[in-house]
Design a protein around this ligand. Structure first.
Ligand SMILES: NC(=O)C1=CN([C@@H]2O[C@H](COP(=O)(O)OP(=O)(O)OC[C@H]3O[C@@H](n4cnc5c(N)ncnc54)[C@H](O)[C@@H]3O)[C@@H](O)[C@H]2O)[C@@H](O)CC1
Ligand SMILES: [K+]
Length: 505
């Protein structure tokens, strides 16, 4: 797991390093400038003519410092200060003075298209309001030049915590971010504005973040190495050891959703799977997934003694894929949430839409509950509009998790998972191949299968790993096929192949 910090957390860490550890601010800036200079000359683009565009704060200071280092290495570099010198931070003032001593070329009205690479050092984590006026024009000109951009810390104009564009934001090819990545580099517009993200070690003191931040909220991103723990399988185990899953899924016209979840669940490692579904799709399930067991019900009598027995039998319960939003499905959901005890329950798809009408059910359900909404479903669950949600997804998900005590997997191009202990996981695997019907059903199946296969079926820490694995499947499935051509069953096909590769690592 790699840590990610918010702008506010980063500022505290900077201050702690400077004030308590007594590392001079100028030393941190020197290392930041060096890292930026190395990214500019890393041969991704031509560094023949470099323009560094600087704001008044320390982000600008990093930029001027990088310009000086590049100048001393013999590169042709110009600096454009896009702000009022009266507003310079101390760090920026120092850097400008040093740069003038070294006779760096300062320009006033650059023709951006003349340069082969632009360093964007206008705003970093200090951006505090939407970009307007002259600064807006300048950021627009950088984008319109179509010259490759290396952003310092974060593309200027991007909110470091939410990834939303604050009026306008620079479109970077590479972002050199200091000490830790910031959530805004990945979430929402961050994904398309940050380009390749490089994390530069600039000597920031680390121990305050070893466990959790003081306000009990910490971001992480998953790495491939984290998945190793998923593939340890007890050699003398039996199918019971690897967990029994009850999957309440499917309805008359939606057998496919049940099948996709069910097969993904088994292939992700569950020992046994049982469906609880309508009698109309019995044949379809049996003929397509003979490995699964089945209990069927008549939609006129959805609650049966059999359901009670099946819930007793199961270690992990999943409800939602393709169950429809008919009242009978609502009755089952209510029964499950009231009677599941402390068994983990994954609530997805139609079950989320039903739940949104009775949120008190979720509040009173025993933990652990795992909800997996996409943004539209999350909007229904919270009653917030999609645009309101998207303006600060981490805040909305965090508040939801605090209110309901659940695990929330908020599915988006960069899925955000928050656990009840406040730990947030931004998923950075996956691509647009995953935006296909049934992909969410596969994710639900993978979460169920991995929970079932874990020694402790209630170990919710595996959920961000399941999300990461699902993303890898999207990448792998689109390796041989076009992204547009990937369908959900391709993800399942990749599941065993990719697991095998990861198992061997
Ligand atoms: N010693 C330190 O504190 C270090 C700081 N670092 C760099 O410093 C950055 C943070 O520096 P600062 O806190 O000075 O902040 P920034 O440099 O990100 O920006 C602050 C400046 O922008 C102005 N501003 C904010 N929003 C604006 C808007 N919408 N329109 C116009 N002006 C606006 C502020 O008034 C202020 O002058 C980091 O992102 C990082 O690049 C790194 O060098 C590491 C060390
Ligand atoms: K920047």
């Amino acid at each position: 797991m790699k840590k990610i910090v918010t702008g506010e957390q980063m500022k505290k860490l900077d201050q702690y390093t400077i004030n308590s550890m007594k590392v001079p601010s100028s030393v941190l800036m020197e290392r930041a400038g060096l890292a930026v200079s190395e990214a500019v000359t890393c041969k991704r683009f031509s560094a023949d003519r470099i323009l560094v565009v600087c704001g008044c704060g320390n982000n600008g200071g990093d930029g001027v410092c990088a310009a000086r280092i590049l100048h001393l290495k013999g590169y042709k570099v110009s600096v454009f200060v896009a702000g009022d010198p009266k507003k310079f931070s101390e760090g920026m003032r120092e850097q400008v003075e040093i740069a003038r001593n070294y006779r760096i070329n300062f320009v006033k009205n650059p023709d951006y298209a003349e340069y082969t690479v632009i360093v964007d050092a206008v705003f970093g984590v200090g951006l505090s309001r939407p970009v307007t006026g002259r600064m807006r024009v300048i950021l627009g000109q950088i984008n319109e030049s179509h010259v490759p951009v290396v952003a310092v810390d974060i593309p200027s104009g991007l909110n470091s915590d939410t990834g939303t564009v604050m009026g306008i934001a620079v479109q970077a090819d590479v972002t050199v971010t200091m000490a830790y990545a910031k959530p805004g580099l990945f979430l929402r517009d961050g994904q398309t504005h940050s380009g390749h993200v490089m994390v530069a070690d600039i000597g920031i003191y680390d121990t305050r973040l070893k466990n959790q931040d003081e306000d009990n909220f910490c971001f992480f991103r998953t790495d491939k190495e984290d998945l190793g723990s998923l593939f340890i399988r007890q050699e003398n185990g039996n199918k019971g050891t690897f967990g029994k899953v009850l999957l309440i899924a499917g309805s008359k016209n939606m057998a496919g959703a049940a099948l996709l979840s069910g097969e993904a669940c088994m292939r992700a490692g569950a020992g046994m799977l049982k469906f609880y579904t309508t009698n109309e799709i019995r044949e379809s399930i049996l003929s397509n997934l003979p490995e699964a067991m089945l209990s069927v019900f008549d939609t006129k009598e959805p609650l049966s003694e059999q359901l009670e027995k099946d819930m007793e039998w199961a270690d992990v319960i999943g409800i939602g894929p393709g169950i429809s939003t008919e009242p009978y499905a609502g009755q089952i959901l209510e029964y499950v949430l009231k009677n599941k005890g402390n068994k983990p329950c994954v609530i997805d798809a139609d079950a989320l839409n039903l739940l949104s009408l009775h949120m008190s059910l979720l509040k009173s359900a025993a933990p652990p509950c795992i909800v997996t909404p996409h943004i539209g479903e999350f909007s229904r669950l919270t009653g917030m509009s999609v645009s309101e949600l998207c303006s600060d997804i981490p805040k909305a998900v965090r508040e939801f998790v605090q209110e309901y005590g659940v695990v929330c997997v908020c599915k988006d191009a960069r899925t955000l998972t928050i656990l009840p202990n406040g730990c947030a996981y931004i998923n950075t695997s996956g691509n647009s191949a995953l935006a296909t019907a049934g992909s969410g059903d596969v994710l639900t199946g993978i979460i169920l299968g991995i929970l079932a296969g874990s020694d402790n079926h209630a170990d919710i820490r595996v959920i961000p790993l399941a999300v990461y694995l699902h993303g890898i499947l999207g990448e792998a499935a689109s390796f041989r096929r076009s992204k547009a051509g990937v369908i959900a069953s391709d993800l399942i096909e990749e599941l065993t192949i990719q697991n095998k590769k990861l198992e061997n690592q």
